[in-house]
Design a protein around this ligand. Structure first.
Ligand code: BG6
Length: 287
């Protein structure tokens, strides 16, 4: 079943239900803000204080960070836009997307595609003509594909992320496996480092890992979530911890205890150049 729904403030989303799972996806940002299988806790974390407002990113779920991840300064040197007033994580996560296609494939699986194209406003922020599609398959696995097509007559460069917030029992119970020996940029010390063993959380963590091709495991007390990415070799791991959490919008002071972000990315050295009439797809499979 696919239903179009509206919150009281007019915020539109679609609700998907099949025999495997339920999901909710907002038209603003093509933002998946709920994905639950019919057993266990929700897979995605959503802040209780997220305010579903026009032009404000939902805190939780899977924000689509595009056409740049972080601040535009994070683009490789020589290619960085100068204007630092540009929005953090790009403009796609707050833009209004179109629902392009829906398909109830079978009782267990539903597919939907959203699309976004350049507008006079987007061209002021980022001077390129594009088509962006988010293809989502809601089943026992949540599959998310973000396809960028260059409609311009010159190549452009993107960094991007599917900025997934995972729901966890408690931050002190989880560890992340699959990144041992991987090089990472530590955004807190601004240094390049090498991961030693699994990641555990006992302080703020904000890192961009490179050369990641295998499965990543989020191991919690009573469940393990697997993340497999394609078209990507970078992964961001982030938890704001106590102090940053207090300063952040749409977060309660204790919110950091119940979430961790493991983001399927093309960030930093994994930026992609897309030639005219060519496409690049970033894909995440979560189960
Ligand atoms: C993460 C960054 O990807 O996103 C963090 O690594 C940032 O530094 C976080 O704080 C949240 O960003 P925002 O713009 O959604 O508050």
């Amino acid at each position: 079943m696919i239903e179009h729904k509206k919150l009281i403030n007019g915020f539109e989303y679609i609700e998907i239900k099949n025999t495997s799972a339920t999901a909710k996806i907002a038209l603003q940002g093509a933002h998946i803000f709920e994905y639950k299988r019919h057993y266990g806790n929700p897979v995605l974390w959503l802040s209780e204080s997220s305010d579903f407002e026009h032009m404000k990113s939902i805190r939780g779920g899977i924000p689509v960070c595009w056409p740049w991840f972080g601040t535009p300064r994070a683009l490789p040197s020589g290619r960085m836009p100068k204007d630092e007033s540009l929005p953090q994580h790009g403009f796609a996560r707050t833009a209004m997307w179109k629902l392009k296609n829906t398909n109830e494939t079978d009782a267990n699986s539903t597919e939907v595609t959203f699309s976004l194209s350049h507008t006079p406003e987007s061209l002021k922020l980022w001077p390129h003509r594009f088509e962006l599609e988010l293809h989502v398959i809601v089943s026992d696995t949540l599959t998310v594909e973000l396809k960028t097509t260059n409609l311009d007559d010159k190549a452009f460069l993107i960094t991007q992320a599917l900025h997934t917030y995972f729901d966890i029992s408690h931050i002190s119970h989880v560890r992340v496996k699959g990144l041992d020996k991987k090089p990472y940029f530590d955004a807190l010390s601004m240094k390049e480092k090498i991961q030693d063993g699994d990641i555990i959380f006992n302080r703020e963590i904000d890192r961009v890992y490179q050369d990641v091709y295998g499965k990543i495991l989020l191991i919690d007390k009573n469940r393990t979530i697997k993340i497999q990415n394609e078209g990507s070799s970078s992964v961001v791991v982030w938890n704001p911890w106590v102090d940053k959490c207090k300063r952040m919008s749409a977060m309660k002071p204790s919110s950091y205890e119940g979430m961790v972000c493991i983001e399927s990315a093309n960030a930093f050295d994994d930026a992609r150049i897309i030639k005219p009439n060519e496409s690049h797809t970033l894909k995440a499979m979560i189960n």
